[in-house]
Design a protein around this ligand. Structure first.
Ligand code: C2O
Ligand code: CU
Ligand code: CU
Length: 456
């Protein structure tokens, strides 16, 4: 009898250890809300817990994450954990949460880094544009040694003077681009400054959640030290004063506060009139310079990958949709191109086919797979770069336009330049059907997507 009780207790402890002690539980209410991008500028959004970006999810590496999501919208939605290696059925792409229903996502945070979460229910463009995104930070132990660890979620909006949503696009005419840029849901003077003291060392994480806009950020004085690309540590961190951040990309940088006490600096977008400027405000004190806690990782590069033959070659392109294709349901996110005599819907293709008719890729768990992307999309009104994203794993960038990158680079989203090419290599741990698509969401919703089928 006594032994039995002890055993029961032992089992209880184990169960608790798995489901409670090491698990972080997050509640996300997906609902209609009104937010203020600047005082008085009220905009109707769809939100996670009432804010845009949604509640940041911050966990320690190795933690079990439990996200209880309830859909209070009138349309189905889902949540994708961009950049995280989660089991296939937790990836948010296979099924949607119906209006009024709940779903609990559960996965381990296996790899430290800067990630994000967003809706993956088509039209993905509309759901993300309405505000369904948030930061997902998996902390490494050394991150706590910085003077501060800050996340900057960058977005653009197309709004009228009273904050009402305008239809269409402010710039370019092809993708949905805004007339106003935000940092953590604020624009202009409403953007919170970064307060520093001379000698401090801050970790800054930038996430571009825009559906099409590239954000180019420039530091007014000095240089950032880039330590991570899409959450993955660099074997050779580098210095730069400019970050070009494609849709869905992330950069982690160090900012060494070397300015004089009382001075002001800023991190500013190249489109200055769109309101994206992050002030850096120095207080009067000073301290001895903090050394970087960044741990330079060992190389993980695939041996001989540069000369390995590609397993797949994928050509990226666009074309006007035929009327046939139009009948097959352009979503409300459908791209229309003004073509003189009227508007023509556009579609984006991989090897001449549009999702769901694209050919899937077949690979095995553990297989080293190399893919070459060739961007042929140079015919239309403007040549397009395509930031290609792979679900379920991350990849080594093997070459850009035939050249090895300057340093070993691991990412989950890489821009394939117009008229150029990119080679990547990866290895899957988790089996399942994983999406591979352009993260310009007009392109994703209108065809530039395929599936990587991973078998054990
Ligand atoms: Cu960030 Cu398939 O998505
Ligand atoms: Cu993803
Ligand atoms: Cu694209």
């Amino acid at each position: 009898m006594k032994i039995k009780v002890l055993l029961t207790n032992a089992i209880l402890v184990v169960v608790l250890g798995v489901t409670n002690l090491d698990a972080i539980t997050v509640k996300l209410d997906i609902k209609e809300s009104t937010i203020e991008l600047s005082p008085g500028l009220k905009t109707k959004v769809w939100s996670y817990n009432g804010t845009v970006p949604g509640s940041p999810i911050i966990v320690a590496v190795g933690e079990e994450v439990v996200v209880a999501a309830t859909n209070r919208l009138r349309v189905p939605t889902s949540i994708h954990w961009h950049g995280l290696e989660v089991p296939n059925d937790q990836d948010g792409t296979m099924s949607a949460i119906e209006p009024g229903e709940s779903f609990t996502y559960r996965f381990p945070a296996t790899t430290a880094g800067t990630y994000w979460y967003h809706s993956h229910t088509r039209p993905v463009l509309d759901q993300n544009d309405m505000g369904l995104y948030g930061a997902f930070i998996v902390k490494a132990a050394e991150d706590a040694k910085y003077s501060s660890d800050r996340t900057f979620v960058l977005d653009d909006w197309y709004l009228g003077v009273r904050g009402e949503r305008l239809v269409g696009t402010a710039r370019g005419g092809m993708e949905r681009l805004g007339n106003l840029e935000t940092v953590n849901g604020k624009t202009g003077d409403a953007i919170l400054p970064l307060h520093v003291v001379q000698g401090e060392l801050h970790k800054l994480r930038f996430i571009n959640v825009s559906t099409a806009a590239v954000h180019t950020l420039k530091l007014s004085t000095g240089q950032f030290r880039v330590t991570h690309t899409d959450g993955h540590p660099l074997t050779q961190p580098y210095l730069t004063d400019t970050l070009v951040i494609q849709p869905a990309e992330r950069f982690d940088v160090e900012y060494a506060a070397t300015g004089t006490p009382g001075s002001r600096e800023r991190i500013e977008s190249s489109d200055r009139d769109l309101g994206l400027s992050i002030p850096i405000v120095y207080s009067t004190g000073t301290q001895s310079p903090l050394a970087s806690p960044f741990i330079v990782p060992a190389s993980k590069a695939f041996p001989g990958i540069a000369t390995k033959k590609s397993d797949y070659t994928l050509e990226l392109n666009s074309r006007m949709a035929s009327t046939m294709a139009m009948d097959h349901g352009m979503g409300m996110g459908g791209m229309m191109m003004d073509h003189g005599s009227g508007t023509m819907p556009m579609e984006w293709t991989i090897n001449g086919k549009k999702f769901p008719d694209t050919d899937p890729l077949h690979v095995e768990v553990g297989q080293v797979v190399k893919i070459e992307f060739i961007n042929k999309d140079t015919q239309m009104m403007h040549p397009m770069d395509h930031p290609i994203h792979l679900h379920g794993t991350y990849f080594q960038v093997v070459s850009i336009n035939g050249q090895a990158p300057e340093r070993e680079t691991w990412k989950d989203t890489v821009s394939v330049p117009a008229g150029g090419s990119v080679e990547i290599a990866f290895q899957f741990k988790n089996p399942g059907d994983w999406m591979l698509h352009c993260h310009v969401l007009d392109h994703e919703d209108n065809g530039m997507m395929t599936i990587v089928k991973v078998k054990v």
